[in-house]
Design a protein around this ligand. Structure first.
Ligand SMILES: [Zn+2]
Length: 114
């Protein structure tokens, strides 16, 4: 799942009906004021809102089903030691406190690992 694509899609799903709704309220006001034919211009916004909504649904679905890109192995990451990667627990040599090796120092005593 790609959250960015998903949330863009959700945003469009919300935006589409808002465009249609604003066009509808504008259209309703026009009809109530007796000028029915002036409402025709709002049809564009009805269609636009519908297109945005459908496109948003499709975009959100794409965001859900498109897998995350596989981490591209770059030469730099392979050169780095395992200790440099986040999520690996190391034991502080000074105080024995276990902490994430992604940190540059022990959160307990400030001792740098290694
Ligand atoms: Zn420590």
């Amino acid at each position: 799942m790609r959250p960015v694509i998903f949330f863009v899609g959700i945003g469009m799903v919300i935006l589409g009906p808002l465009v249609t709704l604003s066009a509808f309220s504008s259209c309703l006001g026009t009809i109530l004021s007796g000028n029915v034919f002036a409402c025709v211009t709002n049809i564009v916004y009805f269609v636009l809102g519908g297109i945005i909504f459908v496109a948003g649904v499709i975009t959100a679905i794409i965001g859900v089903f498109v897998p995350d890109p596989a981490p591209t192995p770059s030469p730099a990451s392979h050169m780095g030691s395992v200790a440099a990667q986040s999520g690996v627990q190391v034991i502080c040599k000074k105080c024995g406190h276990a902490f994430d090796s992604g940190l540059f120092f022990c959160p307990s005593c400030g001792q740098r690992p290694g």
